[in-house]
Design a protein around this ligand. Structure first.
Ligand code: DGY
Length: 321
């Protein structure tokens, strides 16, 4: 029986994931569940053959330059890999994988929650009932924006974008999208393709972001683009905080041009944007798009599957570099 490979798990993954990991590997777990620092990552690279980090562990070029050659694979628990300098990891000969597919539905569910919550004043409604402030009712009370039949713009029609479109079809929304490449008619399911972002924005009564954070997509939703959205639009972001110019979004919320926003991601995480808190039409969650039991197990298992393949001398299914 060959010696078990040694892996580092810096965050508290699901019980089922840890059980399987311990069965097949010698596992070092950060029981404190604190984000792994650059120093942690560098030190651990001397002790382990592989790692299962989350998006909270940052593999910058500087960190990668200091990794010990013992580390051979970074099998991310996340689908997003903006915390990894892929070029640097590739140059260092370290294999990198992620966990596509398995979190698409859970993330699409949270996008739907955020869209509904922002459109129908969930924060204000909850607050006035919870705090005993509900002392009147009127037909003009808490009137929101209807999703049924409205135009939904999806920016990024990858796996999560498509899962979200499927759920939005249940609300009879008219689905528009922009993607680097147009989907096949079977995958479009009648969604209307826009070759450029601007033309998508022009028709997006609701806009939901589903693209990765890359150097090209930082502040993709800036002041000029927000201005193109129809007056009273609702913006939803379950992808990455980097995609939105938060100052521009706040200005548009203050002016009323944007009626509401539903945000699961922020420029600064953890923490979010304190300036948003004064606006109850911004419905906020703490980056929990994929946080369901079933999905956490599936993410952990997908990451372990990639490790298993790699250490068995096979190509990991989700290899990025
Ligand atoms: C992902 O997988 O990218 C989610 O945002 C959680 O990290």
């Amino acid at each position: 029986m060959p010696d078990k490979k040694v892996i580092w798990i810096p965050r508290r993954l699901s019980d089922a994931t840890l059980e399987r990991a311990r069965r097949d590997y010698e596992v070092i777990v950060n029981e404190a569940d604190t984000p792994g620092t650059a120093e942690d990552i560098i030190a651990m690279s001397q002790r382990v053959d592989g790692m299962i980090p989350c998006h909270s562990e940052h593999f910058s070029a500087d960190v990668v330059a200091q990794l010990d050659p013992r580390l051979r694979i970074v099998a991310n628990h996340s689908v997003g890999v903006d915390h990894c300098d892929l070029a640097a990891l590739k140059a260092a000969g370290i294999v990198v994988t992620n966990t596509p597919d398995v979190l698409s539905d859970a993330t699409a569910e949270i996008a739907m929650l955020l869209m509904l919550g922002a459109a129908r004043h969930a924060i204000m409604g909850d607050r006035i009932v919870r705090q005993g402030q509900w002392d009147s009712w009127s037909p003009s009370f808490m009137v929101g924006k209807q999703m049924t039949g409205a135009r939904l713009g999806i920016l990024g029609m990858g796996r999560v974008g498509r899962a979200f479109a499927a759920k939005a079809r249940g609300f009879d929304m008219e689905i528009h999208y922009h993607n680097r490449s147009r989907l096949s008619p079977e995958d479009e399911h009648g969604a209307i393709f826009h070759a450029d972002v601007e033309s998508l924005l022009d028709v997006s009564d609701f806009l939901s972001l589903h693209c990765p954070a890359t150097p090209d997509t930082i502040n993709l939703l800036n002041a000029d683009r927000i201005a193109r959205l129809p007056a009273g639009a609702v913006v939803v972001n379950t992808a990455r905080g980097a995609l939105i110019d938060e100052h521009a979004l706040l200005s548009a919320i203050k002016s009323g041009h944007i009626a509401g926003a539903g945000l699961d991601c922020f420029k600064v995480e953890p923490g979010g944007n304190a300036a948003f808190a004064a606006h109850e039409n911004i419905f906020m969650l703490p980056h929990i798009g994929s946080a369901t039991r079933a999905t956490r197990d599936a993410m952990g298992f997908r990451a372990l599957g990639n490790l298993d393949a790699f250490f068995a001398g096979q190509e990991p299914g989700d290899r990025l570099v």
